[in-house]
Design a binder for this molecule. Structure first.
Ligand SMILES: C[S@@+](CC[C@H](N)C(=O)[O-])C[C@H]1O[C@@H](n2cnc3c(N)ncnc32)[C@H](O)[C@@H]1O
Length: 248
């Protein structure tokens, strides 16, 4: 596991409050950015089939929107109030949102799915976060976590100080081990996008097809996932919220 310049929770909250307004434009404003968004939303939709969903790290609510459209009951948590407000607005107030730290979740036995996309690598206590997700799930509920990958290319870039890094990087085996420590059974794992998302975002429209072709051949996957299942062995206490701070 590699990490660089880890921010405090207060810094993360302040940074995301500050970037909330331009978040979608910066990440998904270009044609390449839209392509990445589409691939990630399709991936999430292929795993999560309706029902009740808890998301950790809502940002501006791109998954809230698509899951609610598919009929899910959705609750999202985030440190940033501005992100939570953006999620509420985007979903026309259909999403329930709570300001809460993903490392100390306060839900019990309520959800079919826990979802943590592009957020896990910011969490300072990942195993505690996974235990909170496990507790939030119903028996046989599933937990989908994606993260930025520790690999040769990443180490090379970090070594030469290329790009900004304020997070952790994991191999799939690191995250699988954490899932198991937290009490999950691993259902499957793999890559979502292999090429760096920054390349997609900056790629001129007419060259995007080249990146799409290279995607399958790229040797260092940059965005991976683990899907775990909560085994049915416990006594559920449904719908119990223990440590919310602000519910919008
Ligand atoms: C890069 S964004 C990704 C969000 C979204 N899942 C997506 O893919 O668009 C990370 C989000 O996680 C939130 N976040 C970071 N650390 C957190 C924590 N400890 N607890 C809850 N939310 C956190 C940030 O405020 C931000 O909105």
């Amino acid at each position: 596991m590699r990490h660089r310049n880890i921010r405090s929770r207060a810094q993360v909250r302040a940074d995301y409050d500050q970037s909330a307004r331009d978040y979608d434009k910066v990440r998904f404003g270009s044609v390449g950015g839209q392509y990445v968004n589409q691939r990630e939303v399709e991936f999430v939709a292929s795993v999560i089939q309706g029902s009740t969903v808890l998301e950790i790290g809502t940002a501006t609510g791109r998954f809230a929107e698509c899951l609610i459209e598919k009929g899910a009951e959705y609750i999202g948590v985030d440190l940033s109030l501005k992100m939570l407000r953006a999620t509420r607005e985007r979903t026309e107030h259909s999403a329930s949102v709570v300001q809460m730290d993903g490392c100390s979740l306060g839900f019990r036995g309520s959800f079919d799915y826990a979802l943590c996309i592009r957020t896990f690598h910011f969490l300072p206590k990942p195993v505690e976060a996974l235990q909170g997700m496990l507790t939030a799930l119903k028996d046989s509920g599933e937990c989908l976590v994606t993260f930025e990958t520790d690999n040769f290319l990443r180490r090379f870039l970090l070594f030469f100080g290329i790009g900004v890094s304020e997070q952790y990087y994991y191999r799939i085996s690191d995250v699988e081990e954490m899932f198991q420590k937290a009490g999950f059974r691993i259902a499957r794992s793999g890559s979502i996008m292999r090429m760096p998302v920054t390349l997609y975002r900056r790629c001129p429209n007419h060259l995007l097809w080249i990146l799409r072709r290279l995607e399958r051949l790229w040797p260092w996957p940059m965005h991976d996932y683990v899907l775990g299942t909560r085994q049915s062995d416990r006594n559920p206490n449904h719908g119990f919220l223990t440590n919310s701070q602000v519910i919008l």
